[in-house]
Write a new protein. Structure first.
Lengths: 226, 416
């Protein structure tokens, strides 16, 4: 099992239902800066006209996550299924993991005085055998799809075999597992949300990268601390 | 001085000890420190926060209403997600590196049998140790101490942060032992042990600078820290510059002998030069996104003030061997302040370039009416500033207590 997620982000309508569902279901602290997931915007202009790209995002559950290496107590760790998890009871709030994360995906949960982040709804859904997240379930335009990338027959892998995708900040070599699906049928507007420097992948091209990172890190995967 | 194999404690009245001028100054700093700690404890552990469940289950609760108000109109809590490391880390690295630098220089002086350094070794070592302790206390305040036991229960050998635990567990007692031996050794066999301890402490110091550099270098996305060339060397050069400035200030204020003043003054000059060269060269290698912010962007005034205070002004004042003591004291103060600014630029600069350029098409914002941030900087809260300034009190009280109780007075005052 190796959990990952695809995001058909061009379908996002910025309704923020995912943010609300995440907060409600996972008991995330209220507050604008306290987000496990978010929809951000990049403002650009095309021929002088304002243009906004919407970018739903969250923790990338990187296979080679630097946030795990820096943690002095093991509070940030790899769990079975390749999830990057945090244990609030052993977090000493050194904030090293926040500094190590290239995506600013972590924040301090003041209710527990510990670092918090997306867990792909492990505590509320995955542990009960569900294969979906609160953000995925609530999305009216079906942006997200959680799945097992070890299973070639899973809906996620099937989708990735059909659609090209890219990952964020590949140069940081963290091997992230949020796959952003390349916009289809729109070479003029939607492609403005993709940097020309970004590597575009097919599933067959990215799979060896995942396998190499998994082989390196799998010995560190352990049971989730609840 | 008669031969002493044991430690002698100076005889003082309580009044002489507790109402000493330096002790009185330290109380003022310590009061500020404790005020900051109280504020910090309130902000970290008692500021109301709520979840959606709280809002649903206790709709009429006053506490939930307060927490909701804080969530909407508050400043987002003590730690900012875009810039998690702040003034605490600045003070920690400054105090610990500079304190260790003093201890390192003294150990080298002892090893080389330098008579001038040896005569004031105990005083310098105590000063260095006091700074290291002040740095460690600062970082302790920054952490959630309620879970600190997990560092012992679950060791993480690859984490730079964890490595500091065994490092300082060895280092601090080693320096205390070194001070004890410097103050009491006269027998040949004790001298031999002292040398072994000095060599061991030098070894630990080298490891320390490596570990500290690893702490920053592991944050692969913050390119200021990962592209700084030879980071351990930067810490050594900048810290030793400040260490020597503090040592020289101590020698001037205590009217240390001429030769010692001359040695420290020349060494300071060489390290100031080395720091200037290092900074000039390093920005050729640093990631241009960070270099642009620091050299030409929002951080430029901080950076140039740092260079002026830590390098240019001391160079002008120390280059020629002026006899005017005020020049030298000004140079020392300028270096101490300048290198602290340098650490601010280093820590805050590391977070200055936002991580929100995730898609490579520009910085992201999180709300329609939000502002796009192209530089990250947050003013530290008052509690943090109070704790950092107040930590000077920890240095003063530890050093002065050792000074009054244990240091042979005639030796220090006359710099024999």
């Amino acid at each position: 099992m190796n959990f990952a997620m695809s995001l058909d982000y061009q379908s996002c309508i910025d309704c923020k239902a995912c943010e609300v569902a995440c907060k409600e279901e996972n008991g995330v602290q209220l507050g604008a800066d306290k987000q496990r997931i978010w929809v951000s915007q990049v403002e650009t202009s095309i021929f002088g006209q304002p243009f906004i790209s919407l970018h739903p995002s969250q923790c990338n559950h990187c296979l080679d996550a630097p946030c795990v290496d820096v943690c002095p107590t093991g509070a940030s760790y790899f769990a079975l299924g390749g999830l990057v998890m945090t244990d609030k009871d052993t977090c000493i709030l050194c904030k090293g993991c926040m500094e190590a994360c290239p995506y600013d995906a972590r924040f301090v949960d003041d209710t527990h005085v510990a670092v918090d982040k997306c867990s792909f709804c492990y505590e509320t859904r995955l542990v009960h055998g569900e294969m979906t997240t609160a953000c995925q379930a609530t999305c009216p335009t079906k942006v997200r799809l959680l799945g097992d990338i070890d299973d070639e027959e899973s809906d996620l892998v099937q989708l990735l075999k059909k659609r090209k995708f890219y990952v964020l900040k590949e140069e940081e070599k963290t091997v992230p597992k949020l796959f952003y699906l390349l916009p289809e049928h729109d070479d003029y507007f939607a492609m403005n949300s993709v940097s020309p420097d970004t590597n575009i992948y097919t599933w067959d091209e990215y799979k060896p990268i995942i396998e190499a990172a998994k082989a390196k890190r799998k010995p560190q995967w352990k049971t989730v601390i609840l | 001085m008669e031969n002493r194999n044991t430690l002698e404690v100076n005889k003082l009245t309580y009044k002489e000890f507790f109402l000493d001028k330096v002790m009185l100054i330290s109380y003022v700093f310590l009061a500020l420190f404790f005020f900051g700690v109280v504020e910090m404890v309130y902000e970290r552990y008692f500021l109301l926060s709520a979840t959606a469940a709280d809002a649903g289950l206790f709709p009429g609760s006053r506490a939930v209403a307060e927490a909701m108000k804080e969530a909407v109109f508050g400043n987002g809590g003590e730690v900012k997600r875009e810039a998690p490391w702040s003034l605490y880390i600045v003070n920690y690295i400054y105090m610990v590196y500079v304190g260790s630098g003093i201890i390192f220089i003294v150990a080298i002086g002892e090893l080389l049998e330098n008579k001038e350094i040896k005569n004031m070794a105990a005083a310098f070592l105590s000063l260095g140790l006091a700074m290291v302790i002040a740095g460690l206390v600062t970082i302790l305040v920054d952490l959630n101490v309620l879970n600190l036991l997990s560092m012992l229960l679950s060791p993480q050998f690859s984490s730079g942060m964890w490595l500091m635990l065994p490092l300082y567990t060895v280092y601090v007692p080693l320096v205390i032992l070194e001070i004890y031996l410097v103050l009491s050794h006269k027998d040949a066999w004790i001298k031999k042990i002292a040398y072994a301890i000095i060599i061991l402490s030098l070894l630990v110091e080298v490891i320390e600078f490596y570990v500290q550099a690893k702490l920053f270098d592991m944050n692969s996305a913050r390119h200021l820290w990962t592209t700084y060339p030879l980071l351990p060397l930067y810490f050594v050069v900048s810290s030793f510059t400040s260490s020597l400035a503090i040592m020289s200030l101590y020698v001037y204020l205590n009217k240390g002998n001429f030769m010692l003043r001359y040695i420290i003054e020349r060494a300071t000059l060489y390290f100031v030069l080395a720091l200037g060269i290092y900074e000039a060269v390093s920005y050729l290698f640093i990631d241009k996104k960070w270099a642009e912010i620091i050299l030409f962007g929002d951080f430029k005034y901080w950076f140039y003030l740092y260079v002026f205070l830590a390098v240019l002004l001391p160079l002008a004042l120390l280059f020629k061997h002026y006899m005017n003591i005020y020049f030298k004291i000004t140079a020392a103060f300028s270096i101490i302040l300048g290198t602290f600014l340098g650490k601010i630029v280093f820590v805050y600069g590391g977070n200055a370039y936002p991580m929100s350029d995730r898609f490579g098409v520009g910085f992201e914002k999180y709300f329609e009416y939000d502002e796009v941030k192209n530089v990250i900087f947050f003013m530290p809260p008052f509690s943090e500033v109070a704790i950092v300034i107040g930590s000077v009190g920890i240095v003063l009280i530890i050093f002065r207590a050792v000074d009054l109780l244990l240091l042979p007075k005639k030796l220090v005052e006359k710099g024999v």
